[in-house]
Design a protein around this ligand. Structure first.
Ligand SMILES: *[C@@H]1O[C@H](CO)[C@@H](O)[C@H](O)[C@H]1NC(C)=O
Ligand SMILES: *[C@@H]1O[C@H](CO)[C@@H](O)[C@H](O)[C@H]1NC(C)=O
Ligand SMILES: *[C@@H]1O[C@H](CO)[C@@H](O)[C@H](O)[C@H]1NC(C)=O
Ligand SMILES: CC(=O)N[C@H]1CO[C@H](CO)[C@@H](O)[C@@H]1O
Length: 859
């Protein structure tokens, strides 16, 4: 018989397991599975949207309860010799599943999928009999606390959320984080289905090996795991096909299944393979492999997987800076500028494929090449990785551990091992995934809590006896799983981590640099000097767009920067003083909400610019910096956080400054830092400055021109004649120093001035950069003579678009356009200097729509 499956997505009801409250005691309808209990309560008018105002508090009672979900299905027809199974792709979290009152599954790990063979139970009845499937979800919050109490000898330390969370394999941000609410979801968060089959493909792994760039060939071993009833197993034949863009390029038929390990395996040699590349480096070619099972000439089941042919290395070599840490894809060194990713919603099943895709599209449009799936969230949905594969974004995949000293008793170790196997198996065909990382900041917890970590002790059994038993997870269990199930993918024990050295060591491994914002609260102007070999976290908070604040702040009276509800929507410890510090140090502050939002966004945009611009430059210095992943791309609810794009996918200005710093060709100009605070606001006497070009092209760019102007902030006139560097040859995938010893003599030229650089290639301006005197608060930025002239044109594709011609009489800082849903601006957060008109393209604005609002510093 052919494989038959039925999604059990509708027809469910649910109720509070223990409630004596009558209205929650009755079965309520569930709109659709997958879901969370919060979504289902909202649908039944039992809960208000927890994202608005203080509603999160009104939703806390849900966190404390246990729930039951119920479904009835009819016994399907079961042909002789067939198997029947229930497949659960994810249960959140303490789930007890019964079929007609008999327990068939107990699960306590949200990250695991399960299959339960129910053939025997169903064969006892006849076709059409009704079966009751019930899933009880025990309260994870109280179960976590109970487990914690059961193990008083473990050192329960860490940061963020109720630390009892460490005891439970459930997304850790559900317990609340410094950017997220406490929403303890429960429910059937991924698909459930009923399957009837004689044989099925349980797994298909296109394992690419021997990628030989020069000889232009690659081997792909396709390994299919088979699940078949004993009567079918023997005479099963597998047929494998490989195709590219819908055309079959190779096939192998009549392959027998090895009945010992239930595997069918073939090897394809692909000549002249089209490689998969991150965007900006080449195409995102995806091949397809299909395996089809047949018995006596009848097809029983088939499965298809898309895969890419590429090599990925994490290059760690001793060098003049210590030990490198960067990625090499298909032999090409790739500076990995990108972002860290948190789950895009606190209510996970509400994220559909389109929303995942829009996030990844935003990354690509922003020039970002790597996304880090952070360890306090989830192993993401298929749709997430598919979007990364198709659009060319590299994935740094953390295992799901974050900010804590995790326990490692035998049962939890076994659960973690299963979780790792399940997810690595599920994800290993995605070419976008180039690294697996053991955890987020758990080695920092080890350092801060002074837990035992003797790097030289290589006996794993000893690690389990220390007060830092999770070392066994990060340095034994997880690397073993990756080595077995995805051997070509690099494994790194933690983020940050570097050869067992202190995690803040800038010479080795990756680094989370939080001494801007947290820690010593350094000035963001020196961000580039604070980096390590790979900066996998750093950030600066900014308020989201006003329309996002309008969504969650219900009363106009609360729309001021320090209102109670706005503070409630900022979960970061000390956010008031940290935001205030950076504002007060740098800008003339304001109390009206719109200006305040803008000012926090300017600070964030500048912080990111100083980081990315400098680290990109360091890439050219023997890969001193291999990449930068800002904290954080996104939000899980409408909030005030370090995100550069808010919950509703509205970019903050920093999105554009990062985009500019990551262009394939960029120009940079930067004067040396003069700390106005420690010198008691004495102006500098002299400032050295540097001028350079950064390139991620693989070829030299010949005959480029770099121009540098010296413009008065006060009058807008050129204080010196521009300097033009002609016939510049731009080094491939590195940095070209144009000038390393420029000097501004502030005595001779006392007027504050900007350094304005432009890069021309083939007669076109391809990049700009403007360096400003710091801090902005000392500058009079009034009366800039800014002109924004709209024109309507058509794009090459015939689409109506608006262009804005932007010019100014005096230098303008951080011109930001309104973000309107459905409307895209080609650029924003721009600096404008006299004599250099810039063009911004706007798409999605219909005739008669109000023009986009804009503002700039000092307006
Ligand atoms: C079948 O699988 C077993 C276990 O992996 C292996 O030892 C054996 O060599 C395989 N047989 C064939 C014919 O490949
Ligand atoms: C795979 O199975 C589906 C469903 O039975 C069938 O429609 C399809 O033709 C099969 N595809 C291949 C390539 O065998
Ligand atoms: C431009 O630079 C190249 C490479 O350094 C050199 O060969 C060429 O002569 C230069 N052309 C001019 C016009 O200076
Ligand atoms: C493949 C490739 O692009 N390699 C270049 C990367 O950058 C180094 C240093 O700039 C060059 O020497 C390589 O040729």
């Amino acid at each position: 018989m052919a494989f038959y499956q039925q999604q059990l997505s509708t027809g469910w009801t649910f109720r509070d397991r223990d409630s004596e409250q009558s209205d929650l005691d009755t079965w309520m309808p569930v709109p659709a599975i997958p879901s969370t209990v919060q979504q289902d309560l909202i649908a039944n008018n039992k809960l208000e949207n927890p994202y608005i105002g203080f509603n999160e508090l009104k939703a806390r009672w849900v966190n404390e309860k246990s729930w039951v979900y119920r479904h009835e299905f009819q016994r399907p027809k079961i042909p002789t010799g067939a198997k029947v199974a229930l497949g659960f792709d994810g249960l959140d979290t303490f789930a007890s599943v019964t079929l007609d009152g008999k327990t068939i599954l107990e699960s306590d790990n949200m990250f695991l999928g399960h299959r339960v063979d129910i053939t025997e139970a169903l064969l006892k009845s006849t076709e059409g009999k009704k079966y009751v499937l019930e899933i009880e979800f025990d309260c994870a919050q109280s179960r976590a606390r109970e487990i914690r109490e059961k193990y008083p000898d473990h050192k329960w330390v860490g940061f963020n959320g109720d630390i009892a969370r460490l005891a439970v394999r459930k997304a850790q941000y559900h317990w609340g984080w410094d950017w997220g609410p406490i929403i303890m979801t429960a429910g059937i968060w991924r698909d459930v289905r009923l399957e009837v089959y004689a044989a099925r493909v349980a797994d298909l792994w296109p394992k690419t090996t021997n990628i030989d760039f020069d000889g232009k060939r690659a081997s792909v071993t396709a390994i299919a795991k088979i699940d078949a009833s004993s009567s079918t197993s023997k005479d099963l034949k597998a047929s494998f096909r490989v195709s590219l863009r819908g055309h079959e390029i190779a096939r192998q038929d009549d392959i027998s299944v090895n009945t010992t390990d239930q595997t069918a395996k073939v090897k394809f040699e692909i000549t002249d393979p089209e490689l998969w590349w991150p965007h900006g480096y080449g195409s995102q070619t995806l091949y397809e492999v299909t395996v089809s099972l047949s018995h006596d000439g009848t097809e029983l089941h088939n499965t298809t997987k898309k895969f890419g042919i590429r090599s990925a290395e994490t290059v760690q070599q001793p060098d003049k800076h210590g030990k490198s840490f960067f990625f090499r894809i298909n032999g090409v060194d790739v500076f990995c500028g990108g972002s860290c990713w948190i789950p895009a919603d606190s209510l996970l099943p509400s994220i559909d494929a389109e929303r995942y895709r829009k996030w990844i599209e935003l990354m690509v449009a922003g020039g970002q090449v790597m996304i880090r799936v952070w360890g306090g969230g989830i192993y993401e949905d298929e749709k997430f990785y598919e979007a990364c594969d198709e659009l060319g974004v590299l994935v740094w995949q953390d295992f799901m551990f974050g900010c804590g000293n995790y326990p490692a008793w035998p049962e939890i170790l076994e659960s973690i091992r299963q979780e790792a196997v399940y997810n690595v198996q599920r994800l290993r065909h995605h070419p976008s995934i180039v690294i697996y990382v053991g955890n987020n900041e758990d080695y920092q917890v080890q350092e801060q809590a002074k837990l035992t970590y003797d790097y030289d002790d290589k006996n794993p059994n000893n690690w389990l006896k220390t007060d830092f038993p999770a070392r066994y997870i990060y340095e034994k269990v997880l690397p073993e799983v990756v080595a077995e199930y995805s051997p070509a993918t690099f494994y790194h024990p933690g983020s940050p981590w570097g050869d067992g050295k202190i995690t803040s060591d800038p010479t080795v491994g990756d680094m989370h640099q939080w001494n801007v914002w947290h820690g010593t609260q350094e000035k963001y102007q020196i961000f580039a000097t604070l980096g390590g070999r790979f900066n996998s976290e750093f950030g600066m908070e900014a308020f989201p767009h006003l329309s996002t604040i309008d969504y969650f702040v219900e009363n106009d009276a609360d729309k001021f920067p320090q209102s109670h509800v706005l503070d409630f929507h900022n979960k970061a410890d000390g956010h008031e003083r940290r935001l205030a510090t950076y504002l007060v140090e740098n800008l003339r502050t304001a109390t009206d909400l719109e200006t305040y939002i803008y000012l926090t966004q300017v600070v964030q945009a500048e912080t990111m610019m100083f980081g990315y611009r400098g680290w990109r430059k360091q890439w050219g210095d023997s890969r001193h910096c291999g990449g930068a992943l800002l904290w954080q791309l996104n939000d899980c609810w409408p909030t005030i956080s370090w995100a550069i794009v808010d919950y509703f996918l509205r970019p903050k200005p920093a999105y554009y400054t990062v985009k500019r710093a990551l262009r394939q060709l960029t120009v940079g100009v930067q004067r040396e830092h003069h700390d106005w605070s420690v010198t008691h606001a004495q102006p500098p006497v002299k400032s050295g400055y540097e001028l350079w070009v950064a390139s991620s092209y693989r070829h030299e760019v010949l005959n480029a021109t770099v121009e540098l102007r010296f413009l008065s902030v006060v009058s807008g006139r050129d204080l010196r004649a521009p300097v033009v560097y002609d016939n510049v040859t731009i080094t491939p995938n590195g940095t070209t120093d144009v000038l390393t010893n420029g000097v501004i003599d502030h005595i001779a030229e006392p007027e504050p001035h900007v350094l304005s650089a432009r890069l021309w290639v083939d007669g076109q301006v391809v990049a700009r950069d403007v360096d400003w005197p710091q801090p902005f608060k000392y500058l009079d930025l009034s009366d800039r003579g800014l002109e924004v002239r709209p024109e309507t044109t058509r794009s090459a594709a015939g689409e109506r678009q608006q262009i804005l011609r932007v010019s100014a009489r005096k230098p303008v800082k951080c011109l930001v356009f309104e973000e309107r849903d459905g409307v895209r601006v080609s650029d924003s957060a721009m600096d404008i200097v006299p004599g250099d008109e810039q063009v911004v393209t706007i798409t999605g604005l219909a005739e008669g729509d109000a023009p986009l609002k804009y503002r700039y510093l000092g307006q």
